[in-house]
Design a protein around this ligand. Structure first.
Ligand code: KG4
Ligand code: ZN
Length: 336
């Protein structure tokens, strides 16, 4: 019998609840707060906390209904313990604890990054599990994180590189804001980039003189700021800038990934996180995987790239219930 898990993610600005059965996603409900945070041009933690408080109970009810499950059929509750915004994490953890006590279910705390990594294993209802070959290299690219993680076994990870400042999605969002593209700007940058010429504004390749596999996106942001000040932002120029910025961000990821793969033996390349919805990023990583004869995997739907609770349910499969449910806002993937 496969385990039915009800999972909760309130790490940032989406209140999400899912029911998974093994690796199959039965329901994955996301109550987005994007409209609330638009006015601030980013996520405002206390506003996020309040919205999670309002949305969580109705989201749980709706998810169980959509999955066609009752509490009696749920084997465990999974919840994001970190990393994420402390006030936001707290809402999900408190709720999971209360529900665990009320219905007598074990509560499994999960690392949000592990969720993004394992989202590639998700399957639609009634589909067979994937047969993956390990070790794999997971590239997690989101609004809060940009990391290269070695997946030795499911549940056993080593972080090989990470951004030393902004995340890739954060860079797209911040520069997109300067271009007047609203929040979050990442998907708008991708759309406009399709009509632009990426050679219009050459971007420097960061960290080429650093031997490790860390990344840095703040230089691209500063470079953008300087250029944008001098520009007349008409439609054509904005499209050209978006194409150039996107190429700058993606080329940096690919450059460091190539260096890492020259140094590390893996069998598969996995991509996850909100920016994994970007078609150009997928194309570039697929090409890298092909060159290195690696199997390339991305989540089966874009909904599983951004923050969602189904990925938390999948990560809980390799984890145990714990009594300590204190929030861990800075929990690194390779820390126990
Ligand atoms: O994983 P996610 O939902 O939240 C975090 O954990 O951060 O990622 C959100 C990020 C935002 O920065 C957003 O602009 C970016 O993912 N994003 C994209 C695309 N869709 C979302 N960036 C580029 N192209 C996209 N299509
Ligand atoms: Zn995330």
């Amino acid at each position: 019998m496969k385990k039915n898990i009800l999972s909760i993610d309130t790490s940032c600005d989406e209140t999400s609840v899912a029911v998974t059965e093994g690796y199959q996603v039965l329901a994955n409900v996301i109550a987005s707060q994007v409209q609330l945070h638009k006015q601030y041009g980013g996520v405002f933690p206390t506003v996020a906390k309040q919205a999670h408080q309002q949305n969580l109970a109705p989201a749980i009810k709706a998810t169980l209904k959509r999955a066609g499950k009752t509490w009696a059929e749920i084997d465990a509750i999974a919840v994001t313990q970190g990393p994420g915004l402390a006030p936001a994490l707290e809402i999900g953890l408190k709720k999971a604890k209360a529900l665990g006590e009320k219905y007598g279910k074990p509560v499994i705390p999960v690392n949000h990054i592990e969720g993004h990594i394992l989202a590639v294993l998700a399957r639609p209802k009634n589909k067979k599990d994937l047969e993956v070959k390990l070790p794999a290299l997971a590239v997690v690219v989101s609004g809060g994180h940009t990391e290269f993680v070695l997946v030795k076994k499911l549940g056993e990870y080593q972080r090989l590189g990470m951004t030393v400042d902004d995340a890739a999605g954060e860079c797209l969002d911040k520069v997109g804001r300067l271009l007047g593209l609203g929040y979050p700007a990442g998907p708008v940058v991708e759309k406009l980039a399709k009509q632009g010429d990426e050679t219009s504004f050459p971007f420097p390749l960061p960290m080429t003189d650093v031997k490790n596999f860390n990344l840095s996106f703040s230089g691209l942001k500063t470079h953008s700021k300087r250029l944008i000040k001098e520009l007349e932002l008409d439609k054509k120029t904005t499209a050209n800038f978006c194409a150039s910025l996107q190429a700058g961000v993606l080329n940096h990821i690919v450059y460091k990934l190539e260096k890492l793969l020259a140094d590390t033996e893996v069998k598969e390349l996995w991509l996850g996180g909100g920016v994994a919805a970007n078609v150009e990023l997928r194309k570039k990583l697929r090409a890298v995987a092909k060159k290195h004869q690696l199997t390339f995997r991305v989540p089966y739907t874009k909904k599983l790239c951004g923050d969602n609770a189904a990925m938390i349910g999948l990560a809980a499969m390799n984890r145990e219930a714990k009594g300590n449910l204190d929030r861990r806002p800075r929990w690194a993937i390779d820390q126990n």
